[in-house]
Design a binder for this molecule. Structure first.
Ligand SMILES: Cc1cc2nc3c(=O)[nH]c(=O)nc-3n(C[C@H](O)[C@H](O)[C@H](O)COP(=O)(O)O)c2cc1C
Length: 452
């Protein structure tokens, strides 16, 4: 990761040490937080997490300490309590969890152990994206090393507490990042969502209380415990504490993952840290939180990257994937790529998402090819509205929200396709490296499945 002037929390130490090795991780204070909590009351650890108020880094941004508090205490349930870590990372544009797993796997393991201890769990599952072959090997090696040293398994560090961690590989389905589909998949079933309630905290894996958190959320836990929830809450801005590992991509000079305090502006990230738009081109649009989040226009580049500000600008911080789009892009083509992805990944269980994503794609394709009419554009907006809030899981919203925003904010481009009977950008539209076409995703997944 290219360095910045900002203090790193989740990725701390990884620039100077090979933190995939246990001995190196220990040199930077590794597993001290675990040692600390093993001498603490569970409630005291939970209080620290609640004070830190780390909002879930997987997308929805729910405060993680509060979510952990919804899990019944061991004395309140006869069932086992599970911790499941969501390492599926399939949201297009997002590649931060892989960096965490590749560079600080022990921080993830330590965070998992502390969280498990806090909720009274003795079984952790890490559900990892199927395509992440190297990440799997790195986390597995770290886990083996930790197990050999008595940090995972029976009687951890002589405390009498046991905790197992199981690594599970998915098979390349975006829907399996959705928490209830992930649980179905983990149970060996087809990855499709369950209706909620009951929420996983009450009835999750094998109908038992289950806490589900993103990789980055969990990797934040050890520093929070070492330095305290109050310290963590001083980082970032009000209601958006701490740092985030932002994945910057698209038309920028220096794409990559950057761990930065929440509340820095898009302008600073794209121009100062990311080096700006290549070849002196102009910024046209910004996707602020992964492909499922509504697009922002270039004049919104001063929006700060915190949950409230991005929300007020009409979008979401989502998975923290910022995609810069320059002035060559045809926004109809981009909308088509997004729509094709969601159509391809819709699991088919509920009608609004299964049928709606198909309709969206067909209409956008028609408009892009120059065969669209004004009635088609109205119908596209109508289809988006009929999906929103009506699908079984948020995949439907994730598909409809961005498409509605492309039409709303770049309507004149859709209109120009209709009026001119062709794509005004023709072959000169460049979306190189931006949300690869779905055929490419599908091919990659197939190739990796053959390799595995
Ligand atoms: C279609 C869909 C895909 C998702 N994919 C991911 C993912 O790849 N990784 C992730 O952490 N959360 C993903 N989520 C969010 C999870 O459902 C869940 O909210 C998250 O794992 C909770 O962890 P957090 O509270 O730490 O953010 C997805 C949600 C939806 C609707």
């Amino acid at each position: 990761m290219p360095g910045t002037e900002y203090e790193q929390i989740v990725l701390a130490g990884a620039d100077d040490h090979d933190l995939t090795r246990l001995s190196e991780y220990e040199k930077v204070g590794g597993y001290q937080a675990l040692r600390k909590v093993l001498g603490m009351e569970r409630q005291a650890v939970l209080d620290e997490l609640i004070t830190a108020s780390v909002r879930g880094r997987g997308g929805a941004g729910f405060p993680s300490g509060r979510k952990a508090s919804f899990v019944p205490k061991p004395e309140q349930t006869s069932k086992p309590i599970y911790l499941t870590i969501n390492a599926d990372e399939s949201e297009p544009g997002t590649f931060k969890d892989r960096e965490i797993m590749l560079r600080v796997p022990h921080r993830l393991i330590e965070g998992a152990l502390i969280t498990a201890y806090t909720i009274g769990s003795t079984s952790v599952f890490i559900y990892m994206r199927g395509e992440y072959l190297t990440e799997f090997e790195v986390v597995k090696a770290a886990l083996d090393e930790a197990r050999d040293r008595g940090l995972v398994g029976a009687n951890i560090l002589g405390s009498g507490w046991n905790c197992t961690i199981v690594l599970h590989r998915g098979a390349g389905a975006y829907i399996c990042g959705e928490e209830t589909s992930l649980l179905e998949s983990l149970e060996g079933k087809r990855g499709q969502p369950r209706s909620k309630p009951p929420f996983p905290a009450i009835s999750g894996l094998y109908a038992s209380p289950t806490l589900i958190n993103n990789v980055e959320t969990i990797a934040t836990v050890p520093p929070v415990i070492m330095r305290g929830g109050e310290w963590y809450a001083t980082l970032g801005v009000e209601n958006s504490n701490g740092t985030r590992v932002f994945s910057l991509s698209g038309n920028v000079v220096n794409g990559g993952n950057y761990e930065l305090p929440l509340g820095i502006s898009l302008r600073e990230l794209i121009y100062n840290i990311g080096g700006g738009i290549p070849n002196g081109r102009k910024l046209k649009a910004i996707i602020p939180g992964g492909s499922s989040t509504p697009v922002l226009t270039a004049d919104q580049v001063d929006v700060t990257l915190d949950y409230d500000a991005v929300g007020a600008a009409g979008s979401m911080l989502g998975s923290g994937a910022i995609i810069a789009i320059d002035d060559r892009a045809c926004m109809v083509q981009l909308a088509l790529r997004v729509s094709q992805f969601y159509q391809h990944e819709s699991c088919g269980k509920c009608t609004p998402c299964r049928e709606g994503t198909r309709w969206m794609t067909a209409l956008i394709e028609k408009i892009e090819l120059g065969h669209g009419t004004n009635a088609d554009l109205d119908l596209l907006v109508d289809v988006c509205e009929r999906i929103l809030g009506r699908s079984l899981c948020p995949l439907g919203d994730a598909a409809a929200m961005p498409i509605a925003s492309y039409v709303d904010r770049f309507r004149e481009e859709f209109q120009a396709h209709i009026d001119q009977g062709c794509c005004p950008f023709g072959d000169s539209s460049s979306l190189d490296g931006i949300l690869s076409p779905v055929q490419q995703h599908a091919r990659m997944t197939r190739e990796l499945a053959v390799l595995a």
